[in-house]
Design a protein. Structure first.
Length: 162
């Protein structure tokens, strides 16, 4: 079984879409760990703040099947294939790690934004501090400790599923 980490983000009707996306993940992967939820400013465009978190689970799904499932959950929450990369999102589900796999298709693994964006790295460090980044060769805790981008602000928000 592969150890998988998925980032969750939303800034369009974010409370509803974030909850629905998280609930969908839980329904498919009931044995999981979920970080705290953080609010962050958008990176690369102007818009409403995001809710972000990281969801971790184990799965025997092939990577390609997991990609299809996540895209379907996004579509179920109003995401369209025409959405631009740096634009508002109803729901954004990105695979960060699939074990220690390194590849570019069907998804970029490990996800490049792990080391660049606090809204991914901080919740990841919260739930997987000892996980070794297969390209960087060091732990997520070490990457977070060395992270130096003070322009990206995020803060923890109170969040619970009903």
């Amino acid at each position: 079984m592969a150890h998988v980490f998925i980032s969750i983000g939303s800034n369009v009707d974010r409370d509803r879409h974030f909850r629905q996306g998280l609930a969908a993940l839980i329904s498919h992967f009931p044995d999981y760990v979920h970080s705290d939820v953080y609010e962050s400013e958008p990176v690369g465009f102007s818009g409403r703040n995001f809710y972000n978190s990281v969801f971790a689970t184990h799965t025997d799904m092939a990577l390609s099947d997991l990609c299809v499932l996540l895209k379907q959950i996004e579509r179920d929450n109003g995401r369209t294939p025409q959405d631009k990369k740096f634009s508002p999102r109803t729901l954004d589900l990105d695979i960060l790690f699939y074990d220690d796999m390194i590849c570019d298709t069907p998804a970029q693994l490990p996800r490049d934004e792990i080391t660049k964006n606090a809204f991914v790295l901080r919740p990841l460090a919260e739930i997987a501090p000892e996980f070794i980044h297969p390209v960087q060769g060091c732990s997520i805790a070490d990457i977070w400790q060395a992270y130096d981008n003070h322009t990206q602000k995020l803060w923890k928000v109170e969040f619970s599923l009903p």
